[in-house]
Ligand binder design. Structure first.
Ligand code: 5GP
Ligand code: ZN
Length: 140
């Protein structure tokens, strides 16, 4: 993808603060961090989102996320950490090249990753259970 900013960052065409790099991924500091240490795991190959990325690479991405999370926790001394992965505009994705956010969390940091809890109604529960099982075949 010649016009994709994350392709350029991931492949070193545009220099960026890099925490880690291997043949499949580059881990960089987010330019607009939610908290101190907010970083991004970028695959070097272009896949728009979780729907497109192949299973094998996704597996590697999340295993790497776990390792980066542990290392960043040690480095920053954070009190917790969110791993966030947005897909499509409706879910807040702004750069359409798959990426995983690692967001260190600190006590009293203001808490920006969250949602307003609703209430699972009987009607919604039944609708979702039957729609989910009716959609497609077995998950595995
Ligand atoms: P999304 O909303 O798509 O899940 O997240 C995109 C993230 O990429 C945002 O947190 C944003 O700050 C970060 N970002 C966008 N452009 C750049 C850039 O050029 N360099 C870096 N390091 N981060 C970027
Ligand atoms: Zn890309």
């Amino acid at each position: 993808m010649s016009d994709c900013i994350f392709c350029k960052l991931a492949n070193g065409e545009i220099p960026t603060a890099t925490l880690y790099e291997d043949e499949d991924f580059r881990v960089i500091l987010d330019a607009n961090p939610a908290t101190k240490g907010h970083c991004l795991i970028l695959p070097k190959k272009h896949y728009a989102d979780v729907y497109e990325i192949p299973d094998e690479l996704l597996e590697k991405a999340f295993i790497l996320a776990k390792k980066v999370a542990a290392r960043m926790t040690e480095a920053m001394g954070c009190d917790g950490l969110n791993i966030v992965q947005n897909n499509k505009e409706a879910a807040g994705q702004t750069v359409f090249h798959f990426h995983i956010h690692i967001i260190p969390r600190y006590k009293n940091d203001g808490g920006m990753v969250g949602w307003k809890p609703g209430k699972l109604t009987e009607e919604a529960k039944n609708e979702i259970l039957s729609a989910f099982s009716a959609a497609g075949g077995a998950l595995q």
